[in-house]
Design a protein around this ligand. Structure first.
Ligand code: XMP
Length: 319
C-alpha cells in the first residue's frame, strides 16, 4: 500500500526530527497499537529506544510470552519485562467500582512503569500508541465542555512527573490504518490482526471485585471462545470478541450434582473504529458448541449467555 509506505517514511522523519539524539521509552501493552508505535520508532532511531512491558496479571492467555518473543527474538529490540501480577491483584483487592478499578490499575501501572523506566536508564521521551479515536473519545463529548467518558488507560500523568515529552506517531490513524502500518513494518499477521484489548485488560471484563481465581477462569474461557471463533474462520470479520465473567452465580446440574457457579457472558461485535458497534450474529449451533466446551472445560462456570447489545446504547466492554 503506497499510501502507508509514504506515511511510514514521513512518520520516521518526524520522529527523528523530534527526538534527535534523545532516548525514548515505550510501554508495550500487548496490543497492536503500542507494538506498531514501538517498531516504527525503532526503525526511526534504533537503540535509542527501550521498551517496557508490564504484565499486570490481567492479560489474555499467552499474551505476555508473545510480546516478549516478538520484541526480543523477532525484532531484537531491547525490552524490560516485568511480571507484576501479584501487585496488581493485591491493589485491586475488594474494589468493585468500575472507575475506581480503572484508576487503581492506571495508577499502579504508572508507578511500575516509572520504576522499570528508571531501571532501564531513564529517557527524554515517552512513546505512546495513541490513536485518533482515543484522542477524540477522551477529550470532548457532544461539543460541550471537556468530559472524560472513561479514564483511558495510557500513561497520562507520567510524562510530566518524569519530565518527559510525548512521542505519539499514531495520533492521526484509525485502527485499520495502524494495522496496515504494522504490516508495512513487517509485524506478523497474527499479531497485526489481533482484536483490540483495553489497557486495564481483564480487570474491566470482571464486573465487581477482581481476584486471581476469577482472572484465571476468565482467561481459560476466553481462550476457548477465541479458539472456536478462529476455527470457524470468523476471527477476522469480528472487530472484537471476548468473554466477561459475571459476579452472579446460578444453579446448574453436572452429572448427578447440583452446581452453584458463575455466569459467563460472550461478546462479539463488528465495528470500524470502536466508536459504534453491532453485535455479531453468530448462528445458534456455534454458540451452543462454545457454551458446551466452556462449561465442560472451565471449572467455576456453569452457564453461558450471549450479549446482543449494540453500541450505542451499550459499550463494547462491560467494565
Ligand atoms: P467501549 O467499551 O467504551 O470501548 O465501547 C471502545 C473500545 O475501546 C477499548 N477500550 C480501551 N482501550 N484503553 C484502551 O486502550 C482503555 O482503557 C480502554 N477501554 C476500552 C475497548 O476494548 C473497545 O475496543
Amino acid at each position: 500500500d503506497w499510501t502507508m509506505a509514504a506515511f511510514k517514511d514521513e512518520a520516521i522523519a518526524r520522529i527523528r526530527e523530534q527526538v534527535g539524539k534523545g532516548r525514548v521509552i515505550c510501554g508495550l501493552s500487548g496490543g497492536v497499537d503500542s507494538a506498531v508505535a514501538a517498531v516504527l520508532i525503532h526503525e526511526a532511531i534504533g537503540d535509542q529506544l527501550v521498551c517496557v512491558f508490564v504484565d499486570t496479571g490481567l492479560m489474555r492467555h499467552g499474551e505476555a510470552e508473545e510480546v516478549v518473543t516478538l520484541f526480543r527474538e523477532h525484532y531484537n529490540i531491547p525490552l524490560v519485562a516485568a511480571d507484576e501480577g501479584e501487585r496488581f491483584l493485591s491493589a485491586l483487592d475488594g474494589i468493585d467500582d468500575p472507575e475506581k478499578k480503572r484508576k487503581t490499575i492506571g495508577k499502579l501501572f504508572i508507578d511500575v512503569f516509572e520504576e522499570k523506566a528508571k531501571l532501564a536508564g531513564g529517557a527524554d521521551f515517552l512513546a505512546q500508541g495513541t490513536l485518533y479515536p482515543d484522542v477524540i473519545e477522551s477529550v470532548s463529548f457532544d461539543g460541550g465542555p471537556s468530559v472524560t467518558i472513561k479514564s483511558h488507560h495510557n500513561v497520562g500523568g507520567l510524562p510530566a512527573r518524569m519530565n518527559m515529552k510525548l512521542v505519539e506517531p499514531l495520533r492521526e490513524l484509525f485502527k485499520d490504518e495502524v494495522r496496515a502500518l504494522g504490516r508495512e513494518l513487517g509485524l506478523p499477521e497474527a499479531f497485526v490482526g489481533r482484536h483490540p484489548f483495553p489497557g486495564p485488560g481483564l480487570g474491566i471484563r470482571i464486573p465487581g471485585a477482581v481476584t486471581k481465581e476469577k482472572a484465571d477462569i476468565l482467561r481459560a474461557a476466553d481462550r476457548i471462545y477465541i479458539e472456536e471463533i478462529k476455527k470457524e474462520g470468523l476471527y477476522d470479520v469480528i472487530w472484537q470478541a471476548f468473554a466477561v465473567l459475571l459476579p452472579v452465580r446460578t444453579v446448574g446440574v453436572m452429572g448427578d450434582e447440583r452446581t452453584y457457579d458463575s455466569v459467563l457472558a460472550l461478546r462479539a461485535v463488528t465495528s470500524v473504529d470502536g466508536m459504534t458497534a453491532d453485535y455479531f450474529p453468530f448462528d445458534h449451533d456455534f454458540l451452543g458448541r462454545v457454551a458446551t466446551r466452556i462449561i465442560n472445560e472451565v471449572r467455576g462456570v456453569n452457564r453461558v449467555v450471549y450479549d446482543v447489545t449494540s453500541k450505542p446504547p451499550g459499550t463494547i466492554e462491560w467494565e
